[in-house]
Design a protein around this ligand. Sequence first.
Ligand SMILES: Nc1ncnc2c1ncn2[C@@H]1O[C@H](COP(=O)(O)OP(=O)(O)OP(=O)(O)O)[C@@H](O)[C@H]1O
Length: 305
Amino acid sequence: MTTEAIEVDGLRMRYGANDVLRDVTFQAHRGEVLALLGPNGAGKTTTIEILEGFRTRSAGRVTVLGADPADGDERWRARVGVVLQSWRDHSKWRVRELLAHQGAYYARHSTARRRRPWDTDELIAAVGLTEHAGKRLKTLSGGQRRRLDVAIGMVGRPEMLFLDEPTAGFDPQARHDFHDLIRDLAAAGDTTILLTTHDLPEAEKLAGRILILTEGRIVADGTAEELARQIVGEDEVRWTLHGQRHERTARDSTRFVFDLFKEHGDAVSHLEVRPSSLENTYLSLVHRAESGEKRTESGGKEAVA
Ligand SMILES: Nc1ncnc2c1ncn2[C@@H]1O[C@H](COP(=O)(O)OP(=O)(O)OP(=O)(O)O)[C@@H](O)[C@H]1O
């Protein structure tokens, strides 16, 4: 039996004649936070829905918390939390009522190590909804409803949490608070989180590992820094010389900086060397995959090995 939280091998999904997932392969270790990135329509939601057991795959091997999601029983389901893009409509319910109701389902799955459900008021506070706890759902703003979605996904203290664009519609404060919440969960080390986002700084901030899905395959798998160094291979170098700021990219930044000091010595100040931004890396990887460059049977995964 596998000890990984997620194992996906050769996953395929076809809608009619449309091959959306061609060969998706990746693993998630227990306690890891993974961000799944990719252009609109790449198949991120499809992948998450298959891993949650909501959608039946066309082919491939998938296990989540040791079970095939297609056969996940009630006990397995209680260990998995889900925040989907579109929330189910409970417009007449009030926030606290709905969370208490949803939470009650998890009580019989409580263990000494994992008390279930999450205390309703504590959870409401954690997602910043205390002031709105007595409101009916239909009176909440879009961002407040999204925070409630996140709370519903977490109420059972899941061991595996799937978040599909969790911060879409959040204001900067809510986003910041949500990032703290995810970091706290991640720091506790007992929740594996797979999230999708189009917000690259968010992915970089939250995820220990980033997966890029495009053209039906995972074309990159690593930390933001690894992706930047191993795939693009260029650093951004900034420095000041005689009061003037300079900036350029360098493939061998160590050599470049050495030469810079050799030539100008103490006149160089405020030196910064950082890997290429995740945005540049992402754009270059997606472009490379879409233009068919370096495509291999295994989807180019060896490029980041
Ligand atoms: N039920 C369905 N029937 C047919 N095609 C579908 C179905 N669901 C999704 N698709 C198609 O599968 C592809 C992948 O969709 P998916 O929603 O998984 O992408 P995504 O990466 O989550 O996109 P986004 O970033 O826009 O949310 C799209 O081309 C979409 O039109």
